[in-house]
Design a protein around this ligand. Structure first.
Ligand code: C2E
Ligand code: MG
Ligand code: MG
Length: 609
């Protein structure tokens, strides 16, 4: 029987069959056994009776023809012997057929059961990666061979499905650009790390990394350049951690790294610094060398389980703190980050009602001619008069308004209110043509309504457009430059002026100064702070002032706090200044008083009209 099996099924098939039989789902033995037994009995009975009768009844008459003496052939014993021989041949025939055909059918059945079990469990778990389908080696052309071939081609179809499932599964859990695990995968890994921490105390840590200047890279080198940078950075992250750690790309410019087993926060910090060091090396993209900054948050399982916060959330909060603390830094999670986060959530929720509840107000800070000390205009600065918290700084809520998109209606209101106020002062001020500066943030600038909002504000207030200055920041130039240029030109065509606020703190290329029709350069306070403290600081401010003059831009020094700073700027021929030395931002009433009398609320004097 084994011989005959071997002629149709290879030894490997037999071995596989054994394995499959072991992995196949257990069969209900008794029931199947009974059914098989009764089947075997009836099958065999048919064979035996059929062949027995054929041999026992039909053979004796032939025996005479074949030369057996009639006396012997007619004897009942001869007939009984023929009948018995018929039964025996029938039984042997049955056993032989069953052994050969049944053995081959058994192999086929084993493969079928194994494949069915694989498909069932893969469908149930959704994980096809473990499903194993091996084809039957078929070298016979009988019906069983046909069945084997049909089974093999069915497996072909299932394998196609398996490949597709695996591809889909990979896509569902990986980032397509870098091939790194994605957020869903990372969250699964975090859950595993959490279980490990609870069960065996194995510590882990999460680093949340945010690329600071990806937008600028996309803008300068195109999206392919940005993609190349992301791929190279992700490779560096992977090579700077161990195999047991997980590097994931959470979104466009956000990555997370799960470090398994750092013994302490200090050790996790050391690993973080090693990663930062590897990322700091400039990356070559074509002929460009790109330096990338990261804001990084670190959270460890110890601190997180103590404060009841998920590690990823905690690391995200720490990253937010790193970013708002000046970017390019590593911040380790502290409970105060969580408090700040909750506060931000509360502010975000309340901010949407602030405009309707008329809790927003504008304060006005004079912009002064440095030589004559006369006020030439004001910058409108937004404040939120919160019913419980009092006056809230724009530094706290403008970023949230940007995040939520509320900056658009809020900015529209600022434009209306500032132009209305400027037009009202225009009619009363003895100082003549006073200017009004309004800050416009990136998201507000990019909104399709901006040009219409500015036009509406000018029309409704009746303010001369040349007296309105829109202050934008360098970060705007890191965006889609063509669209930005088009919008700037539309604004310029209305006759308004454009100021570049916080100059020197943002985008690192100066080419935009030639490209965009800017009228005013506002030197950031961080540079002004150094103008009297060091020769280098002085040289930098002198260079910026000179740059503005060369490009025929009006220069305004921001954040002038002392007479020495004012004097230094006057010596550098900087025409305009703004800062606490002249006046803090004032409520509208105080600003009018200052305009009319030259008297500041703290009773010091500016040059009156
Ligand atoms: P900014 O446009 O650069 O405004 C100047 C900021 O510097 C103001 O802060 C002002 O109070 C402060 N400042 C002026 N002189 C001095 C000084 O001598 N010393 C110091 N330490 N600070 C001085 P503020 O009012 O808190 O505004 C902060 C920022 O918030 C503004 O910076 C601007 O970027 C943004 N912002 C204010 N109002 C609006 C608004 O209506 N819309 C938008 N989009 N942003 C606004
Ligand atoms: Mg400003
Ligand atoms: Mg500024």
């Amino acid at each position: 029987m084994v011989e005959s099996l071997k002629s149709h099924w290879s030894p490997a098939d037999l071995a596989r069959m054994t394995t499959y039989a072991a992995t196949a789902e257990p069969r209900p033995r008794h029931r199947r056994g009974f059914r098989l037994t009764s089947r075997v009995f009836w099958d065999m009975a048919i064979y035996m009776v059929g062949l027995g009768l054929a041999v026992g009844v039909i053979f004796p008459p032939f025996a005479i023809l074949l030369g057996v003496p009639e006396t012997i052939a007619q004897r009942p014993i001869f007939r009984s012997a023929c009948l018995l021989a018929g039964f025996l041949v029938g039984a042997m025939n049955y056993a032989l057929c069953r052994g050969v055909v049944g053995g081959r059918m058994e192999v086929l059945g084993g493969h079928l059961r194994a494949a069915t079990s694989s498909i069932t469990s893969a469908t149930r778990t959704g994980d096809w990666s473990e499903a194993v389908f091996e084809r039957i080696h078929v070298d016979s052309n009988d019906q069983i061979g046909e069945a084997g071939r049909a089974f093999n081609s069915l497996l072909g179809a299932v394998e196609g499905r398996k490949d597709l499932e695996e591809r889909l599964r990979f896509q569902a859990f990986h980032d397509m650009l870098t091939g790194l695990p994605n957020r869903a995968f990372f969250i699964e890994k975090l859950a595993e790390a959490d279980v490990l921490h609870q069960e065996s105390g194995t510590p882990s840590a999460v680093l949340f990394l945010d690329v600071d200047n990806l937008k600028a890279v996309n803008d300068n080198l195109g999206h392919e350049g940005g993609d190349t940078l992301i791929k190279l950075l992700s490779e560096r992250m992977v090579t700077s951690v161990r195999d047991t750690d997980t590097v994931a790309r959470l979104s466009g410019d956000e990555f997370a790294i799960l470090l398994m087993g750092p013994g302490s926060e200090h050790q996790a910090e050391r690993v973080a610094h090693r990663i930062i060091e590897s990322l700091r090396t400039p990356t070559r993209i074509g002929e460009h060398l790109v330096r990338t900054g990261f804001s990084i948050g670190l959270a460890t399982s110890g601190t997180c389980s103590a404060s009841g916060i998920g590690m990823l959330r905690a690391a995200d909060m720490a990253m937010y703190a790193a970013k708002s603390g000046g970017k390019g830094r590593l911040e380790v999670f502290q409970p105060s980050h969580h408090t700040a986060h909750l506060q931000r959530d509360a502010v975000r929720a309340e901010l949407s009602g602030a405009l309707d509840a008329e809790q927003l107000e504008l304060h006005y800070q004079p912009i002064v001619d440095v030589s004559s000390q006369q006020i030439v205009g004001f910058e409108a600065l937004l404040r939120w008069r919160h019913p419980e918290r009092g006056l809230i700084s724009p530094l706290e809520f403008i970023p949230l308004a940007e995040e939520t998109g509320l900056i658009v209606p809020i900015g529209r209101w600022v434009l209306q209110e500032a132009t209305r106020q400027a037009a009202a002062w225009q009619n009363r001020s003895p100082l003549g043509r006073l200017r009004m500066s309004v800050n416009v943030s990136v998201r507000q600038f990019q909104h399709p309504d901006l040009v219409g909002d500015v036009a509406d504000a000018l029309r409704e207030s009746g303010l001369d457009p040349s007296l309105l200055t829109v202050e934008i920041t360098e970060s705007l130039f890191a965006q889609d430059t063509e669209a930005t240029l088009h919008k700037i030109n539309l604004l310029k065509n209305m006759g308004i002026r454009l100021a570049l606020d916080d100059f020197g703190t943002g985008y690192s290329s100066l080419s935009y100064l030639r490209r965009f029709p800017i009228d005013i350069l506002k030197i950031d306070k961080s540079f002004i702070d150094g103008v009297t403290t060091s020769p280098e600081g002085h040289a930098v401010v002198a260079a910026i002032t000179q740059l503005g003059q060369t490009l025929r831009l009006e220069v305004v020094a921001e954040g002038l706090e002392t007479g020495e700073q004012v004097e230094a700027m006057r010596t550098l021929n900087c025409p305009f200044g703004q800062g606490y030395h002249f006046s803090r931002p004032l409520a509208a009433g105080d600003a009018v008083k200052l305009l009319l009398t030259g008297q500041k609320p703290d009773s010091s004097m500016l040059v009156p009209a």
